[in-house]
Design a protein around this ligand. Sequence first.
Ligand SMILES: CC(=O)SCCNC(=O)CCNC(=O)[C@H](O)C(C)(C)COP(=O)(O)OP(=O)(O)OC[C@H]1O[C@@H](n2cnc3c(N)ncnc32)[C@H](O)[C@@H]1OP(=O)(O)O
Ligand SMILES: O=C([O-])CC(=O)C(=O)O
Length: 371
Amino acid sequence: MSTTKGLEGVVATTSGVSSIIDGVLTYHGYNIDDLAEHASFEEVVYLLWNHRLPNREELSTFKKELGEYAEVPKEIFEQMKSYPISKVHPMAALRTAISQLALFDAEADDMGESSNRKKALKLQAQISTIVTGFARIRQGKEPLAPRGDLGYAANFLYMLNGEEPDEISVEALDKALVLHADHELNASTFTARVCVATLSDMYSGIVSAIGALKGPLHGGANERVMKMLSEIGEVDKAESYIKDALSRKVKIMGFGHRVYKNGDPRAKHLKEMSRQLTGITGEPKWYDMSVKIDDIVTNEKGLLPNVDFYSASVYHSLGIEHDLFTPIFAVSRVSGWIAHILEQYENNRLIRPRAEYTGPERQKWVPLDNR
Ligand SMILES: CC(=O)SCCNC(=O)CCNC(=O)[C@H](O)C(C)(C)COP(=O)(O)OP(=O)(O)OC[C@H]1O[C@@H](n2cnc3c(N)ncnc32)[C@H](O)[C@@H]1OP(=O)(O)O
Ligand SMILES: O=C([O-])CC(=O)C(=O)O
C-alpha cells in the first residue's frame, strides 16, 4: 500500500460542479473572473445546482423561492437564547442550529429528488437567517424576519444590521459570495460528500461540512487574518511582525494553498474590493498593511495569498464582526456543498479508502490486574 499525506494530488471523484485546471477556476465551465464581474450570487447558486445559467424568469422564480423559505422555526432562536452565548463561536452555533433545523423538517430523511431540491432551497435560504439571528441574539436584540423583496446579499445585511444596506455594501457582499461559492474538492466539500455517500441526509452532510470549514487551515483562516491585522495595528509594524512569525515557523493565515501554487484567482478580486472599500471607510491602513504582508510573505516564502486573505479586510470594511467572517463563508459555500451532495446522490458509491497500519502487531493480552 502507498499513502500520500493529506491525499495531495489524489483524484478522489469525478465532478461537473467546478474545476481548477492550470490555476483557472470555473463553476460548471464559467470562468470565476466572468462570474465575479457579471453574476449575482443567486445566478451562481442556480448554475451550481442546475448546471446551467437561469433565464430571467427562472432567476426571478428562484429568488422568490429563496425568499419564501428564509424564515426559520422560532424554536431555533429560542434554543440559541439558552446557549452560553458569550462563549459560543458563531460557527459552533451555526453547526448546532443547522443540525436542529433538520428536526423541524418532516422531509429531512426523504431522499427523493424533489424533496432534496426543497431541502436545498431551505438550507440556502435559512442559513442566512440563522447566522444573522445569532449575531443579533448575542447582542441582546431580536432576530429580524427576512425580507423577500431584497436580494440574497441585501437581505443578509438587512437582517444583520436592521437597516437597508447601501448599494456598495450589497455589491461587495454579493461578489464575495460569488467568489466563495464552490471550489472543487476542498476539505469541507469532500467531508460533505463522504457523509452523504453513506446515504445519510443532506442536513447531516451540511453539518459535517460546517465542522470542516470551521478549522483555521480552511475557512477559519479569514477570521485569523483579521486577528493578525488587528494585532499588527499599523502598517510600519507589519514587516517585523511577519518576519518574526516566519522565523518561528508560525503559519501566516491567508497564505498558501494545496492546489494553487501560482496564486488563487479569487484573491485579486478581493484585493481590489479591499482597496476600494477601505478607501471608502477611511481606513486604507488595512489594505496597505495587507499589501505589505503580501509582499513580505511572497518574497520570504514564495507563498501567495488565498481567498481568505483579502476577504478579511473586505468584511471588516463592511462593518461585520470578525467572528462572523467564517459563517459568511458558510453562507456562500453551502451552495457548493449542496451541488456536490446532489451530484454524489446521483451517482453514489460509499467512500471508504484504506489506511496503512503503522501500529504494533501481535500484542499479547494483559489482564486488567496485571497492567
Ligand atoms: C478557503 C481555504 O481553505 S484557503 C486556505 C486557508 N488556510 C490558510 O490560509 C492557513 C495557512 N495556510 C496553510 O496552512 C497551508 O498553506 C494550507 C493548509 C492552505 C495548505 O497546506 P498544504 O498543502 O498541506 O501545505 P503545507 O502546510 O504542507 O505547506 C508546505 C510548506 O509551506 C509552508 N507554509 C504553507 N503555508 C504557509 C503559511 N501560510 N505560512 C507560512 N508557511 C507556510 C509549510 O510550513 C511547509 O513548509 P515546510 O515544507 O518547511 O514544512
Ligand atoms: O480548495 C481548497 O483547498 C480550499 C479553498 O480554497 C476553498 O475551499 O475555497
